[in-house]
Ligand binder design. Structure first.
Ligand code: M6R
Length: 611
């Protein structure tokens, strides 16, 4: 949450920072601001989206070669001009931006107030900034020294960038728990929360680690730990193209990303799945095959959509590998003092690889000796780096706040893992293994078919867009898909939606059914088909309006439902990769028909780096 950008070098800093903030806006869009260093230290900030900041500085002198910028997802203090970053220290000499939460800010604030400090905002950031300045003043030392001392007292998560009036061309940065990438150009450096603001200028990057401080000048990058020992920067090459982070002719990133799924799933399978040879190449799995095949238990740890992928993985791993699986919300798991035993494998699922709850849950599990396998999309992210082994989902950068292509990428990785482990373990016979490999190979083409003509889905969206509530129902592998469909609708269209196992409906939610309630059934042909047909009848008997996701060629469900969205036939284990697509599109079209900003839904942020 919150996006940060910094630049120092021979270019004008403001345009570089502004463009970077627009690329990072998915991380938060409550307010934004820049601080520029050009003999003077100037700060411009504004409530609202980055475009509002841009408008507010028209005609102002923005000339500078060093600067920092921030786009905010509010934690402490409402979205407003005064709470927007950057913040200026009491003396006006230092400007700072921050992504994260300082948990012990209240006690530090009290100390500073007792010393006579006043605060211009309600943020924890301004407290940390003045704390640093106070240490600098008292020690008569440098900003870097003061920062090091301050960080030793800080509890919480942060990525901060600081610039100082009397320290030209220099940005000082530090991170713990919130991401920071430094792009290395020729005589220039770029700093950002992720690589998207950097990719246009350089492909050489350094991912800063927790508890590291970076002193960044145009020609120099020094990394130190909190003990003031120099660290060798590990320079990596970015494997990302600019086109991947642009809209490419689509109106919205969400629509672009939904439509990319035939390619992203193909990319995820490419080089791994060899249907003819009947092999799956995944070095992260192969190198740890002993630990994975003898696992006594698997625990899926994730949040949001990634949690839904974990739930599907539970069905896959239990069926194909006969390993007991638990699926945990990272936010609960991290605080619950969970029992972790030798032989447990933790599977961390995350698009961003930066979700704070997931990250801390994993750190705790790791301390207890757990083996962590990461299923992550963002290459080089914190979760990817702290996992013992892993497999990337290769969906490419996902910019729309609602997760779409990352979800299907996660499912593809988890399906391959379950197949490989089940086969190696002997719980999955050759015939079924080959059947499923072949089925998985066919998925990208089938997704393409779903996306070929979306006019029926658009019409359904138009018909139901004014409903106040939706119910999503599914059984077996389609139950997590129902949950995901409901989450997508809530996020994008602000319509209340609940997902339930279809059979649970009669234990309560059926009381909601009347002639106004749309009930979305994920009712593709599988082992529960007859049962879900009965559930549809139960809803119809109570005059509910049924929208069904059905298998092409089915005549029974379409005969009962008010509206139908079709997907090609697929094995029930793989069907979620198809049945989720119409649900993504349904929420997208309802969102845009209501005139909402589907890429940046209110109150949300893409990368939830606070707990
Ligand atoms: O980056 P992660 O996969 O760890 O993010 C987890 C959730 O925050 C995320 O899936 C969220 O629920 C999305 N907005 C769903 O569309």
């Amino acid at each position: 949450m919150c996006g940060i950008v910094g630049y120092t070098g021979p270019r004008e800093a403001y345009p570089v920072i502004l463009k970077g903030l627009k690329r990072l806006e998915y991380r938060g869009y409550d307010s934004s601001g820049v601080a520029l260093l050009n003999g003077e230290l100037k700060v411009y900030k504004k409530k609202g989206k980055v475009s509002e900041l841009e408008e507010s500085v028209v005609g102002k002198n923005m000339h500078a070669f060093t600067g920092i910028g921030h786009t905010r997802w509010a934690t402490h203090g409402e979205p407003s001009d005064r709470n927007a970053h950057p913040h200026l220290s009491a003396s006006g000499q230092i400007a700072m931006i921050h992504n994260g939460i300082i948990e012990n800010y209240a006690s530090i604030k009290r100390e500073l107030i007792n010393k006579g400090y006043h605060f211009n905002s309600d943020t924890d950031t301004e407290v940390l900034l003045n704390f640093i300045e106070d240490i600098k003043k008292n020690n008569n030392g440098t900003l870097e020294e003061a920062l090091r001392i301050a960080l030793k007292r800080i509890v919480g998560a942060y990525c901060i960038l600081l610039i100082e009036k009397d320290n030209p061309e220099t940005i000082i940065a530090a991170r713990k728990g919130s991401p920071l990438v430094i792009g290395i150009g020729k005589g220039e450096h770029f700093l950002a929360s992720d690589a998207s603001p950097i990719i246009e200028y350089t492909k050489e990057v350094v991912y800063v680690n927790d508890y590291e401080i970076a002193i960044v000048k145009p020609d120099e990058l020094i990394l130190k730990n909190l003990g003031n020992e120099k660290q060798t920067p590990f320079i990596q090459k970015l494997d990302m193209e600019l086109a991947a982070i642009e809209k490419g002719g689509y109106d919205h990133f969400m629509l672009k990303e939904i439509n990319e799924q035939p390619d992203t799933i193909f990319d995820c399978l490419r080089g791994r799945l060899h249907a003819e040879a009947g092999t799956i190449t995944m070095s992260g799995v192969q190198n740890n095959i002993q630990a994975l095949t003898t696992a006594q238990r698997m625990v899926m740890v994730a949040c949001g959509t990634s949690w839904h992928a974990g739930l599907l993985a539970e069905y896959m791993f239990e069926e194909l590998c006969r390993i007991p699986v638990e699926v945990e919300y990272a936010s609960e798991f991290r605080y619950r003092n969970p029992v972790i035993k030798p032989g447990d494998v933790i599977i961390a699922i995350s698009q961003s690889g930066e979700t704070a709850d997931t990250l801390v849950a994993l750190e705790n599990a790791k301390q207890q000796g757990a083996f962590i396998f990461g299923v992550v999309n963002a290459v080089g992210s914190s979760i990817a780096r702290m996992s013992d082994a892993g497999a990337y989902s290769h969906a490419g950068p996902e910019i729309g706040v609602a997760s779409t292509k990352a979800f299907t990428g996660q499912l593809a990785v988890l399906a391959m893992m379950a197949l490989k482990i089940g086969y190696a373990k002997g719980t999955l016979d050759e015939k079924r293994y080959r059947e499923l490999i072949k089925g998985l190979e066919e998925i990208p083409e089938k997704v393409k078919q779903v996306l070929n003509d979306t006019s029926a889905i658009e019409a359904i969206a138009e018909k139901y867009k004014d409903a106040h509530d939706f119910l999503y129902l599914g059984r077996g592998y389609n139950f997590p898909v129902a949950l995901e469909g409901a989450l997508k609708l809530k996020e994008i269209s602000y319509i209340h939606a609940e997902g339930y196992p279809a059979a649970e409906m009669k234990h309560g939610p059926i009381a909601l059914v009347d002639d106004k309630l749309p009930v979305v059934f994920v009712a593709t042909k599988d082992r529960y088909y007859e049962k879900i047909v009965s559930n549809v009848q139960e809803i119809k008997a109570r005059k509910g309006r049924v929208i069904a996701v059905a298998t092409e060629g089915d005549t029974v469900i379409p005969g009962m439902a008010d509206d139908v969205m079709y997907v090609p036939d697929a094995d029930e284990i793989l069907a979620p990769l198809l049945s989720v697509i119409p649900l993504q599109l349904l929420s997208y079209y309802i969102g845009i028909s209501k005139g909402l900003d589907v890429d940046k839904p209110r109150n949300l942020a893409k990368s939830v780096t606070v707990e």
